[in-house]
Design a protein around this ligand. Structure first.
Ligand code: NAI
Length: 334
């Protein structure tokens, strides 16, 4: 079997700790991967004068696959976050966040199994703001046919590949008739190419209410950037928070798999971080590389450890440190 190269971007804070744990698990799963390291984040900034060196972008472009720990963004530093810069420079247009109940992590819901597909490149996040006159600010919401069609097609293709049943377009076209109307038109056109999948439309505020009342009603959901930012965190809350949710940013020829939580400065360097989110992201990466045997191996081990509930990190109410939790996952594979 050919070995695939993965560019590892450790990031800041607990980044190196969760990345190291994930690498150990991937090696124990005998995934045919070769790891190379590249820098991003505030540590990189101190050394290279930028939080995203060109060499890092080039490395991911070349390998096609990256794994990334969280990176710190200085508030008021004036520098763009390394995450945003990486998404822009690699045109990682789709944010994919599967949200699934984790056995043993107690929440209000038991059978959540949702996927949030978020457009990553435009909408109000284009950063086009200006002062019209003092006291009046204009912020531009950019929606294009090209990006909307691309993300809707991504969602339907993903749903088909993953054996899902339904794709819901999330919008506010009743108010933003032109912009969200265009997004919805693109969704309807793409949906026609996927007759085997149910296509439904839901207004974003109604979706929020429905999600907290009855999250089992939804399957794959596709939406513009701002709605996606908010809905994906709401969904993470349904299953126990950002510590147990994986994420990926995907483009035409590159993909970066990451933990969606932050650098956790309060516990960084103490060996207490929970690597679950990044481990789940690594399962997504293995599936992306069509290493399905290894993906299921890691997934089953995580499932076993969570079901048994004996070894848990402190954030989930247990006593284990990162090394003990990682060892439990590796032991569960044998
Ligand atoms: P945070 O997610 O780092 O921390 C929030 C709370 O969750 C803290 O108590 C932390 O200890 C805990 N926590 C987070 N991940 C954990 C893990 N894996 N295991 C155990 N406990 C965990 O959020 P915060 O404090 O808002 O952000 C800190 C820094 O992280 C900021 O500089 C922010 O810009 C950055 N950040 C980076 C992200 C990324 O690179 N994807 C995403 C979010 C924040």
């Amino acid at each position: 079997m050919t070995t695939r190269k993965v560019t590892m971007i450790n990031g800041d804070g607990i980044g190196p700790e969760v990345m190291d744990a994930t690498r150990k698990v991937l090696e124990a799963a005998k995934a045919p991967l070769e790891f190379e390291y590249a820098d991003a984040g505030s540590d990189a900034s101190a050394r290279f004068g930028t939080n995203l060196p060109d060499s890092t972008v080039d490395a991911v472009l070349k390998s096609g696959v990256g794994m990334k720990g969280p990176t710190a963004t200085g508030i008021g530093s004036g520098q763009q976050s390394a995450n945003v810069a990486l998404r822009k420079r690699l045109d990682l247009y789709a944010s994919l966040r599967p949200v699934k109940s984790v056995p043993g992590v107690k929440t209000r819901y038991e059978n959540v199994d949702l996927v949030v597909v978020r457009e990553n490149t435009e909408d109000l996040y284009a950063g086009l703001e200006h002062i019209v006159v003092p006291g009046v600010v204009e912020s531009l919401k950019i929606i294009t046919e090209k990006a909307s069609t691309r993300i809707c097609r991504f969602a339907f293709e993903y749903a088909k590949r993953a054996g899902r049943k339904k794709v819901s377009a999330v919008h506010k076209a009743n108010i933003m008739k032109l912009s969200d109307g265009l997004f919805l038109d693109c969704f309807r056109k793409v949906a026609r190419d996927f007759p085997g999948l149910e296509a439904e439309e839901v207004i974003v505020d109604n979706l929020c209410m429905q999600l907290v009342r009855n999250p089992e009603r939804y399957d794959v959901m596709v939406m513009e950037n701002l709605y996606g930012d908010i809905i994906s965190d709401l969904c993470a809350g349904l299953v126990g928070g950002l510590g147990v949710v994986p994420g990926a940013n995907i483009g035409a020829s590159t993909a970066v798999f990451e933990a969606v939580h932050g650098t956790a400065p309060d516990i960084a360097g103490k060996g207490l971080a929970n690597p679950t989110a990044l481990l789940l992201s690594s399962v997504m990466m293995l599936d992306h590389l069509e290493l399905t045997t290894e993906a299921r191996r890691v997934e089953r081990a995580l499932d076993k450890v969570f079901r048994e509930g004996r070894v848990k990190t402190r954030d989930l109410g247990g006593q284990a440190n990162t090394a003990e939790f990682t060892k439990a996952i590796i032991d569960a594979m044998t």
